[in-house]
Design a protein around this ligand. Structure first.
Ligand SMILES: Cc1cc2nc3c(=O)[nH]c(=O)nc-3n(C[C@H](O)[C@H](O)[C@H](O)COP(=O)(O)OP(=O)(O)OC[C@H]3O[C@@H](n4cnc5c(N)ncnc54)[C@H](O)[C@@H]3O)c2cc1C
Length: 394
């Protein structure tokens, strides 16, 4: 029946709902492949969020196809090493992405705020004759028709496309409109992220650009990007309401756990996030697909949310551009759901468990496991193939 669709009667081949990093990159890939795309983004402005700061090697490889990798690498900070540390003992192990030099063209984590990618992708869409990027366009619902999909936009406009990609984030109206379950859990802690331009690499001994610091009372993560450093702390339920966690007193106390001399004036930004682990029941319903946070959300420890979302979109675009075989689309949906559940979910939760472990014996065992990686090249490569997400695409 799909073959009967009259392309002239359609507003686009694909409507992408959501103009975040996943929606914009997916749309740009489709346009580069010769499809007419419309991206509908609810917000008028302020699209440039800075949640994610880590780009993994396979993501950089995939983004080559839309011509943005070179510029990302130029702007970003290459992090060829990362550390597991202990709050009291300091560095436990430093892992070297160099062991992946035969597995990827990018043997490092690239540290750069996600807003750089979104901006580059939006610029690409705006310059592309087959793409139409619209802000201030909130989608209210999508309806599967026998020969395509109808998209209802706030204000009354109705668009028709052959396919719709829901890239509208964790509160996706595309997903909820399809009645899909989004089960999982919300973590007990929120994550408090403090951004500073203080040179932590000069103030603390022997830091890498990416550092996971274990501590049963106050584990944290220290992440460098070209704009400065981010310090991520868990804020447990006992820390109080969001307002209390964001109070000067609370923020100052957390900051001084890491930097005893620092004060609020040293902070450029303070943000608080809820953290979830949830996966949609299906990633495909007919001609409607879910990608990115609309399909899955995970603990950010390990930096895999945006990355796996980009993998969803890039791989979906490959299948659509190759002729949109229905079996291949089902296979895409099943594979990507399995990656979200079994790979990203497990990896990120494993990082969380390791950092917060409070049993001294298990903590000591974990430290030994980490140290053993440094000495064993093969084991380190296996470990890094997973943490770099290369193993999720095998
Ligand atoms: C503290 C923190 C750190 C993180 N660090 C990393 C990291 O280092 N690496 C990593 O890979 N991931 C990281 N993540 C996760 C990452 O930020 C998200 O996975 C990523 O932003 C998801 O992108 P997206 O495009 O799917 O969704 P979003 O970024 O949420 O974009 C969705 C877009 O859809 C729009 N929209 C919503 N509803 C509608 C509608 N009805 N109509 C039209 N438009 C709509 C929204 O306005 C938004 O622009 C982190 C997350 C947190 C909280």
């Amino acid at each position: 029946m799909m073959q009967d669709t009259n392309p002239a009667a359609l507003d686009a081949d694909v409507v992408v709902v959501g103009g975040g990093p996943v929606g914009t990159t997916t749309a740009l890939k489709l346009a580069h492949g010769g499809m007419r795309v419309i991206v509908l983004e609810a917000r008028e402005a302020n699209l440039l969020e800075g949640r994610a700061t880590t780009f993994h090697p396979p993501t950089l490889e995939m983004l080559e196809s839309i011509g943005v990798t070179e510029e990302l690498v130029r702007r970003g900070l290459k992090a060829p090493y990362y550390q597991f540390r202990d709050a009291k003992l300091g560095k436990i192990v430093e892992l070297d992405f160099g062991v992946l030099h035969q597995d990827t063209r990018y043997p490092y984590r690239l540290q750069l705020e996600q807003s750089h990618l979104t901006k580059l992708a939006v610029d690409g869409l705006e310059a592309h004759p087959l793409a139409d990027f619209r802000t201030g366009s909130r989608v209210e619902s999508v309806t599967q028709l026998p020969d395509g999909v109808e998209v209802h936009v706030d204000g009354g406009e109705v668009l028709r496309a052959r396919w719709v990609v829901g890239a509208d984030g964790m509160r996706s109206v595309v997903r909820t409109g399809l009645g899909l379950d989004f089960s999982g859990h919300t973590y007990p802690e929120r994550y408090l992220v403090l951004s500073t331009s203080l040179p932590l690499h000069e103030m603390m001994e022997d830091l890498a650009a990416v550092n996971y610091v274990a501590d049963p009372e106050a584990w944290h993560v220290l992440l460098r990007n070209p704009a400065g450093w981010r310090i991520l702390f868990p804020a447990p339920p006992t820390a109080g309401t969001d307002e209390e966690v964001l109070s000067d007193e609370y923020v100052r106390r957390e900051l001084r756990r890491v930097l005893p001399e620092a004060d609020l004036a040293d902070l450029d930004r303070v943000t608080l996030y809820e953290v979830h682990r949830k996966v949609a029941e299906r990633f495909r319903v007919g001609d409607i697909f879910l990608v990115g946070d609309a399909a899955h959300v995970n603990n950010p420890l390990g930096g895999m949310g945006m990355n796996s979302g980009i993998h969803d979109g890039m791989l979906l675009a490959d299948v659509l551009l190759a002729g949109a075989d229905s079996d291949a689309l089902d296979e895409w949906a099943a594979n990507r759901r399995a990656v979200a559940l079994e790979f990203v979910g497990e990896e990120t939760e494993g990082n969380w468990e390791a950092l917060r472990e409070d049993d001294e014996e298990r903590r000591a065992r974990k430290r030994e496991e980490w140290r053993a990686l440094e000495a064993d090249h093969g084991a380190q490569r296996e470990f890094l193939l997973r943490s770099s997400m290369l193993a999720s695409l095998k």
